[in-house]
Write a protein that binds this ligand. Structure first.
Ligand code: BEZ
Length: 191
């Protein structure tokens, strides 16, 4: 699969004719949308776990030193908690461009509290995209995150912000919290 997923995403017609779409966020979207939205609600989806298995050479790293950001990996029986945004269809265009580094739109069922559910959208970077890095030891992933930064900022801030946002939502995510624990402390800067 080519690296730029914009064109594939923009060929999706599933939500054509709808004036609003629910988008599920499980990574940076939890603490920072960066786009206008109509409504924002904690939500979860079934059958997926969050993993720092996607390489980032355009946001939280560079082609020489890619960072690692979250994607979702299928796991039967799992639940992934995050944040859902109700957006207008026009918001998807810029999002496709922002997330062009391997993320594909997927239609899925979003769950809210009180058994409410609705069809929505999630962006997932699957293992066949060119920037996918896959599994590695926690130590390796934490070291890679500690050493990477890109146009959107240090990779460590992405991890720390995500861990803080999950705690705020009362969500237990052992993968994220273990990476946070293993993140080497920042070296003090010389005066
Ligand atoms: C997120 O949930 O933060 C996310 C949104 C778009 C692409 C990848 C991740």
């Amino acid at each position: 699969m080519s690296l730029d997923t914009t064109r594939i995403n923009q060929s999706m017609t599933h939500f054509d004719g709808q004036d609003a779409i629910w988008l599920f966020g499980y990574g940076s979207l939890i603490w920072k949308a960066g786009f206008p939205y109509l409504e924002r609600r904690p939500a979860y989806i079934h059958g997926w776990v969050r993993r720092f298995w996607q390489g980032s050479h355009d946001h939280r790293g560079t082609p020489e030193a890619p960072g690692r950001v979250a994607t979702l990996v299928r796991q039967a029986g799992a639940i992934c908690h995050g944040m859902a945004y109700r957006i207008t269809p026009e918001t998807l265009g810029p999002l496709d461009v922002r997330e062009k580094n391997g993320y594909l739109r997927l239609v899925t069922e979003l769950h809210f509290e009180k058994s409410e559910r609705i069809e929505g959208l999630v962006y997932i970077a699957t293992e066949d995209n060119a920037a996918f890095l896959g599994d590695a030891s926690y130590h390796h992933i934490a070291q890679q995150i500690a050493g990477a930064k890109g146009p959107s900022g240090p990779n460590r801030d992405y991890l720390l912000n995500l861990a803080a946002a999950l705690r705020e939502l009362d969500v237990e995510d052992p993968h994220v919290f273990e990476l946070e624990r293993l993140l080497p402390p920042l070296k003090p800067t010389k005066e």
